[in-house]
Ligand binder design. Sequence first.
Ligand code: HSE
Length: 416
Amino acid sequence: MKKFAVLGFGTVGSGVVELFYKNRAKIEQKAGEPLELGYILDLRDFPDSPFADKFTKNIDDILSDPEITVVAECMGGVEPAFSYLMRCLENGISTVTSNKELIAKKGAELLAAAKSHSCNCFFEASVGGAIPIIRPLHRCLAANEISAIYGILNGTTNYILNKMLTDGMSFEDALAKAQKHGYAEREPSADVDGHDACRKICILASLAFGKHVYPESVYTKGIREISLDDAAAAHELDGAIKLIAFVKQLEDGRILPAVLPMYVPHENMISRVDGVFNCVEVCGDAIDRAYFCGRGAGKFPTASAVMGDVIEAVKHHKTVFSQDWVDAGTQDFIAGIDALNCGMFIRFDAKYDSAKLSSFVSEYLAAHGHSDIPVTASANACLIPEPLAKAERDALLDALNANGMPAAHWMPAMEA
Ligand code: HSE
């Protein structure tokens, strides 16, 4: 028999407890032995909870119980979660967390502590909610050179963009609905301004490339500037606007991580991932591309990933099984956003003759060394599907402006 504890009885923590009791027989069968929930740590009182006898406010109750093998942290935020998990790891107790802020900021330290105390620090639930992506990336795909990862990593913003488009819902109403479903972060700007997606791409980038990528090193832009006009114009040009978090390896060996709204062509399945669903595309030299898709937020989808890690930690007790990356001591291996070569989706406020617009852009590009890019246009938007460097993009926008076609808004376009 092994015991585990849950830290935090909010949306995810309560989901973990409920899921454990609902599927206990199956969970114990998968773990290979009986499992008991020893404690729930929360500073609040839950006198009417069916689990009232499990609550403690003191982490020492958990640390001093020699039967505790795994602690599942679902509190959110860096402190006190970090201190609690470090103390667990230093006591040989494996940790599981859904806390992406914690792993994005302190992952290297936690992983090093797990390694030196022969236990595990798992965080499958920190990226993509229910989607298995951490374990596949560092185990199933371990034989690949990863060249890029792209994803919709924030369910709330994907849900908002979708509701605005399909139901004509206002931004505020869509956000309120996402909060009601338990998708949103406590502070909505973490979702809307891209910080949550940034933390998640930091984790995937660190895992894929072996060096800790800190959130401050990642260019991050949210969805506040996206208008219904952008979305409608993208739809007319066979695509969708999505908040994309990505990391790609550049030819000079550096990596470029970023979070920003992008035009995604309908040929790429990411464009068709709607609502709270997340999707991650992993590009590797052996696999070409693999897609991972599922519910990216919510009580039970996230609890599913936490509980999966608890089972894994029980099965691999005293064996270091967790993924690994190091703090490189510098972030010089990370390129800034200006190094990004990308296609362009350009929207205009005015309406033009679409054939003339596409000819203008095609001829401009041909005159500047890109004769074979298949430019498409509608009356108020234009798509350049192949990559241009920043200086080339800036020059094109200047040329459009000088010729009486000022862009209202442009976004990078993903490749199909
Ligand atoms: N607020 C996050 C989201 C929760 O919407 O994706 C899951 O990490």
